[in-house]
Design a protein around this ligand. Structure first.
Ligand code: BF8
Ligand code: SF4
Length: 630
């Protein structure tokens, strides 16, 4: 292994503690302090049995008061809360996807946004039955963007992307009544069903939760991923680095944070503008360094190799380095805490979207039509701020790891094909991967996704589970903050293959891949659905028969619940390390962990002990192998 070694959780924490010392000096608040103030949490909220959807309430369920004023019981309240949670997540991902479709509508050969992957655009056109012959690629892009936008509000029919799934899965969806219609409709229906005086039957609420989740994963998120690829390029393996050590003491550091690549792509472009670099140099900096936080980081890392400074619970840390000239955000997962925190330093907290407006930030509106000008203004503001840096507060933890990222489905197919096919013939199937799994060289796969959550020691569940899985010859595909945890620890360094069991190690060597594969941001979990569908078709089995499970060990957001619902609805058993807020209703727990299996051949498992969670996943994968006779 040479001098390669993983970065440990203790080293992560040491770095954070050192940064918190700087924070204490300048009177900064931190999530670590706020967690203390918020603990213990409200038990009613934790169990999902507080209802505040009408002003007769709030009503809380106890043994003595088993029903709210309207007569709703714990099951109805927990069920409604769960559906509203899902609707929030589905709306959020899908609206991101919608923004991407709007951006696609602005593409032109000499505009801010162009078509980078015309082959993918044509492929989608064919899939959607659109004539491509003799059509200009930009005309086609506009046509498809309009069709995609109609998926959000069309009066009839179900989502177009559903046809990508195996027929068996489509049939299950149809029979269960969970095929998503228009994306916005599923969110509206969810809100309607949970209004005072509508549904209080857990079965109905869970069914709509799956359907709303499906409108995200097989609707809005898929639009987001596919059309981002069309505009910014379909990711291919690229080398980058991860952790706070990617920030540079002698350069202007611009941190992009959020989710929508339309902004971060433009910031990256203008950070390379000679005029901006000249300006930076005139102020004493050696250059301009862009690094990312959260999913926007995943987007630009996958397509440009832009380094990843950190994930969700590291966002305050980038400011605490004292070396962040600007933290530029678009939407989602942005701590409002960044406002007051940035005021303790010279950092500019730049908000850009009408969707995410926060106090103590500089708002610079970013719109697709004027993206170039807007991005230049933002980069200029960051560069000029270098002069205000307080040298005595600068401390950048010297922790970073190499990472190879960029494993879109297309890239995985191409890469793994080399394992069994020496002539590097891209057959466009996942058969080589199926062969590895059938022969047992790889036992199975885990799709690990999701956030950080202070309820779990940050990143420890992600990293410990990954280590355990790869040691057991289980390949891990990752997205979101889980992917960044892996990269920061060093698990996306190809040398981490030595931590694998013999079979997976051999595959990593032959295919020249790291043992855990970065598939992108959270909207890119749609890529995982496409991969699972392709694997099932190529193996000639149902998705639920594949030795494949999903896992979100440190999840926290509404988006994560929406994701969980569509992953399960796709037939993939999903393992959670944080409890959903439904434990106050045994009926809801039953529906989510068992009942839905009758509809979609998969369900949730909740296990807060990480060791046991890992064992349970391995056991499930082995059970599936036995059932298949492999
Ligand atoms: O969409 S994994 S903390 S950054 S919600 Fe947020 Fe969770 Fe991170 Fe990306 Ni996903
Ligand atoms: Fe209470 Fe029913 Fe109103 Fe909920 S809907 S707050 S349970 S009265």
């Amino acid at each position: 292994m040479g001098d390669f070694k993983l970065t440990t959780i203790e080293e992560f924490e040491e770095a954070t503690n050192r940064l918190l010392e700087t924070g204490a000096k300048v009177g900064a608040d931190s999530w670590q302090l706020r967690v203390k103030n918020q603990t213990p949490h409200c038990k009613f909220g934790e169990q999902g049995i507080c209802c505040r959807i009408c002003s007769m309430g709030p009503c809380r369920i106890t043994k003595k008061s088993p029903r709210g004023i309207c007569g709703c019981d714990a099951h109805g309240i927990a069920g409604r809360n769960f559906l509203r949670f899902t609707a929030g997540g589905a709306a959020t991902h899908s609206d991101h996807g919608r923004e991407i479709c709007h951006t696609l509508h602005t593409v032109s050969p000499d505009g801010n946004y162009k078509v980078k992957d015309s082959e993918k655009l044509r492929r989608i056109a064919k899939e959607w039955g659109v004539e491509t012959e003799g059509k200009d690629i930009y005309e086609l892009a506009h046509e498809l963007s309009e069709m995609a936008l109609l998926e959000y509000g069309k009066p009839f029919g179900v989502q177009r992307w559903l046809k990508r799934a195996p027929e068996h899965t489509q049939k299950l969806w149809h029979e269960a009544g969970i095929e998503p219609r228009a994306i916005d409709r599923e969110v509206s229906t969810a809100m309607h069903m949970t209004h005072m005086g509508n549904s209080s039957k857990p079965e109905a609420l869970v069914r709509q939760s799956l359907r709303a989740g499906m409108s995200d994963g097989w609707g809005g998120s898929m639009c987001g991923t596919e059309f981002s690829d069309v505009m910014f390029g379909t990711p291919k393996p690229v080398d980058t680095e991860a952790n706070l050590g990617v920030m540079k003491e002698d350069e202007v550091n611009i941190i992009v944070h959020g989710h929508d690549p339309s902004l971060s792509e433009m910031i990256c472009e203008y950070a390379e503008d000679p005029e901006m670099i000249q300006l930076a140099k005139s102020l004493g900096a050696n250059g301009i360094n862009v690094a990312g936080v959260c999913c926007t980081s995943n987007e630009v890392a996958m397509r440009r190799g832009i380094p990843m400074a950190g994930n969700f619970l590291q966002q305050e840390n980038v400011v605490l380095t004292g070396a962040c000239e600007a933290i530029v955000v678009d939407v989602q997962c942005i701590f409002p805490a960044l406002g007051p925190l940035s005021k303790c330093f010279h950092t500019k907290f730049i908000t850009t979207s009408p969707i995410a407006q926060m106090p103590d930030s500089d708002f610079i509106l970013f719109e697709a039509e004027t993206a170039g000008e807007n991005a230049k203004k933002i980069v200029r503001a960051a560069v000029e701020n270098f002069a205000n840096r307080k040298k005595e507060l600068v401390h950048i933890p010297q922790l970073k790891q190499k990472a190879t990222v960029g494993y879109s489905v297309e890239a995985i197919i191409k890469t793994l094909d080399t394992v069994t096919n020496s002539q590097i013939d891209v057959t466009g199937t996942t058969k080589p991967l199926v062969d590895c799994i059938t022969s047992g060289v790889i036992r199975g796969a885990v799709a690990m996704v999701g956030c950080n959550n202070p309820r779990v020691r940050p990143d420890s569940a992600h990293i410990e589970l990954m280590k355990k899985l790869i040691k057991n010859d289980i390949i891990v595909v990752l997205s979101g903050c889980s992917a960044q945890a892996a990269a920061r620890a060093g698990l996306m360094d190809k040398r981490a293959k030595d931590l694998c069991g013999a079979g997976l190690k051999r595959v990593c060597e032959l295919a020249d891949i790291p043992p855990v594969l970065h598939m992108g941001s959270c909207v890119d979990i749609s890529r995982m659905m496409v991969l699972a569908s392709q694997l099932a078709k190529d193996a000639g089995v149902n998705i639920s028969q594949l030795p494949l499970v999903g896992c979100a060990p440190e999840w926290m957001s509404e988006k994560a619940v929406s994701i969980g619902n569509y992953v399960v609805a796709t037939g993939i058993d999903t393992f959670l390390g944080v409890e959903p807020q439904v434990s106050g209703s045994d009926q809801m727990v039953h529906w989510l962990t068992e009942g839905i299996r009758d509809w979609v051949e998969a369900a949730y498992t909740v296990e807060l002990d990480i060791e046991k969670l890992g064992d349970a996943m391995i056991a499930r994968i082995e059970e599936k192998r036995v059932a298949l006779g492999i």
